[in-house]
Design a protein around this ligand. Sequence first.
Ligand SMILES: [Zn+2]
Length: 217
Amino acid sequence: MNKKSCELIADLLPLYADNVCSSESRAVVAEHIAECENCRMQLRKMNCDIKAVPAEDINTIKRIKKRIFIEKLVIIIVSVLFVFGVSYGTLFMLLNTDTTMDYQKYNLAENVWVEQDEKGDVWLVRKALATQAWFIYPDIIDSNGNHIDDEAFSKDNIAAFAYTLKQRAIDSFAISETMIDNEERTHLFNVNDNDKIDTIYYYDDTNEAEYVLWERS
Ligand SMILES: [Zn+2]
């Protein structure tokens, strides 16, 4: 080998070692080092230098990898918390959204009634699915048939009460068909303490329908 071509190859060797030279240059270098022991040794040295990465570089790489790992972890945790938050919020909203127990659907004609005992106490009695009501929503009606929320409602002309059974919106999705034999009794008022109330209705406020449960005798 002549010294001149070795000098040329020496310029190309770092590029060759880093694998960044053109394919033409690669071919020239490969052809040369196949025959030139000296340049082959130079290349071997370079490859060794490349493999021996200084310790501080390793630390930098580790630091970068660690930072990427932490960033990924934070993104995952935030995403998981967000999904849980949204799910919890939806469940919370459904659990606290009430809906009227439909008079027809829950067969309330047979399972909800009002009883008056010998002392004059008036009781709302519920059976079967009606006992699953989340709460009993009272509503006052005046003699013109206006409900307490109506603008025309007259406080001085209270004539009737209405009760609406409310259940959690989420219960409607999983309503059980199991009939419950127990009776739930709720004290409403005493006829002697309240002479204004003549009628008690079940008020299906979704369908705006009233069903008479009790009338003063
Ligand atoms: Zn050479």
